[in-house]
Design a protein around this ligand. Structure first.
Ligand SMILES: NC(=O)c1ccc[n+]([C@@H]2O[C@H](COP(=O)([O-])OP(=O)(O)OC[C@H]3O[C@@H](n4cnc5c(N)ncnc54)[C@H](OP(=O)(O)O)[C@@H]3O)[C@@H](O)[C@H]2O)c1
Length: 162
């Protein structure tokens, strides 16, 4: 199965200048806990934005149009279809961004792990709108306060309605 994991601001922004909007330590822990030991799929710009390349203890698939790109420790693919061919459908595979990759994978995704940041941010990339007619909220935690910046945030999980 394929799962998207993403942190989304109130105005749907997810990044700016090829960076995350903010660093919420609890969100990074949540991301690490969920994705460790799994395959993660990302676009080239997201790969380039990572502080640690590749992310340890995960199998990284990077999507690029350039067949000559080669990033150490990553599986390089040139299409969404090829990325899927490299995944085991019996395992949970995580789509970790960015915006262009989320948009293309939404129809191919079963579950969304969303960190809602309850604040607006200036962004240049946004998460696509999704409808509660298509996605069921299966888990939503009480709002927490980010220990570093004081941003209110909450973790939510949605599943696609079949
Ligand atoms: N809030 C969050 O949870 C979160 C998570 C991840 C990323 N982000 C943010 O999202 C932003 C990056 O998103 P982005 O949309 O600009 O970039 P991206 O989706 O990470 O990467 C885009 C690149 O991926 C390749 N690509 C995409 N679709 C492809 C396809 N169908 N076939 C072949 N190659 C394909 C292309 O690489 P080539 O140019 O090499 O062809 C394209 O330029 C950053 O600001 C990042 O911080 C936020």
């Amino acid at each position: 199965m394929n799962s998207i994991i993403v942190a989304i601001a109130q105005n749907n922004a997810i990044g700016k200048d090829n960076k995350l909007l903010c660093h919420i330590p609890e969100d990074l822990k949540w991301f690490k806990k969920l994705t460790t030991g799994h395959t993660i799929i990302m676009g080239k710009r997201t790969y380039e934005s990572l502080p640690l390349k590749p992310l340890p203890n995960r199998r990284s698939i990077v999507i690029t149009d350039d067949p000559l790109d080669c990033f150490e420790g990553c599986l390089m693919v040139t299409s969404i279809l090829d990325a899927l061919k490299c995944c085991n459908p019996d395992e949970e595979n995580f789509i970790i961004g960015g915006a262009s990759i989320y948009k293309q994978f939404m129809p191919l995704t079963d579950r969304l792990y969303v960190t809602r940041i309850h604040a607006d941010f200036e962004g240049d990339v946004f998460f696509p709108d999704f409808s509660l007619n298509e996605w069921k909220l299966i888990s939503s935690e009480n709002q927490r306060i980010d220990s570093l910046n004081g941003f209110p945030y909450s973790f939510q999980i949605y599943e696609k309605i079949r």
